[in-house]
Design a protein around this ligand. Structure first.
Ligand code: ADP
Ligand code: MG
Length: 234
């Protein structure tokens, strides 16, 4: 039966202030809108991964999330799908509703590809921006309007400081692979970008490891986050 299998949550540790919503351990219990469910089922996955099982209901009630999970655990859909349900049937505004920062061009493009897979047929637009490529074409795509902008902190900050990217309408912020972004020296750009986004937003931060620098960012910029840790971290 498609989507009928259950997620194994034995490796998961979850904590947060107040009431934390129960995990969605089957696709059928997620309650995403039809077009999102259809794409999920078409991929032939058996069940949500543990990070998805916990992230989806928590993000769905609008809470901030810290996700600690290693590569290959399904984080991309964990953070994309809850905001996407709110974009269905809407036109992009004069600036993205969602911003995702990722450490490298390759990772940013992978995220955008996943976003296209779920968004393309249902009018959810996404663009990807990164350094080492001409600014013009990327900028034209941003200007054409997109619900989601994915990018590396360097190029995103470049557009922000040039007045070419407005973030005042951004409601969903994701820091993906936060530990790697900090290792690469992107902290100043990350901070500038976050400070350009109104406080009235949802923030999700993902990291494979949990060093002091990442904890500091989480403490400064997330509000009452729910911590979801899958497996042990270094
Ligand atoms: P991470 O960001 O944690 O490294 P990704 O989001 O890139 O992981 O996902 C890794 C792979 O797993 C991708 O190919 C993705 O399509 C696939 N995937 C995502 N969700 C599921 C699922 N529920 N079941 C099986 N595979 C999945
Ligand atoms: Mg990833």
């Amino acid at each position: 039966e498609v989507g009928g299998n259950e997620t194994d949550l034995t490796e998961a540790q979850v904590r947060g202030e107040g009431e934390v919503p129960k995990p969605f351990t089957t696709f059928n219990s997620c309650g995403f809108p039809k077009p999102i469910m259809a794409t999920l089922f078409s991929l032939g996955f058996a069940a949500p991964t543990p990070i998805q099982a916990y992230c989806w209901p928590v993000a769905g009630v609008g809470r901030d999330v810290v996700g600690i999970a290693k590569t290959g655990s399904g984080k991309t859909l964990a953070f994309l799908l809850p905001p996407f349900t709110t974009f269905l049937g809407t036109r992009p505004g004069h600036g993205p509703s969602m911003l995702v920062m990722a450490p490298t061009r390759e990772l940013a493009c992978q995220i955008q590809l996943e976003a296209e897979r779920f968004g393309r047929r249902v009018g959810i637009y996404s663009v990807c921006v990164y350094g080492g490529a001409p600014r013009g074409p990327q900028l034209r795509e941003v200007r054409a309007g997109a619900h989601l902008v994915v990018g590396t902190p360097g190029r995103l900050n470049d557009y922000l400081e040039g007045g070419e990217l407005r973030l005042d309408l951004c409601k969903n912020l994701v820091l993906d692979e936060a530990d790697r972004m900090l290792d690469m020296g992107f902290e100043p750009q990350i901070r500038t970008l976050i400070q350009a986004i109104p406080r009235d937003r949802q923030t999700m931060m993902f990291s494979a490891t949990w060093p002091r620098e990442v904890r500091n960012l989480a403490h400064e910029y997330l509000r009452r986050p729910v911590y979801i840790q899958i497996g042990s971290h270094e």
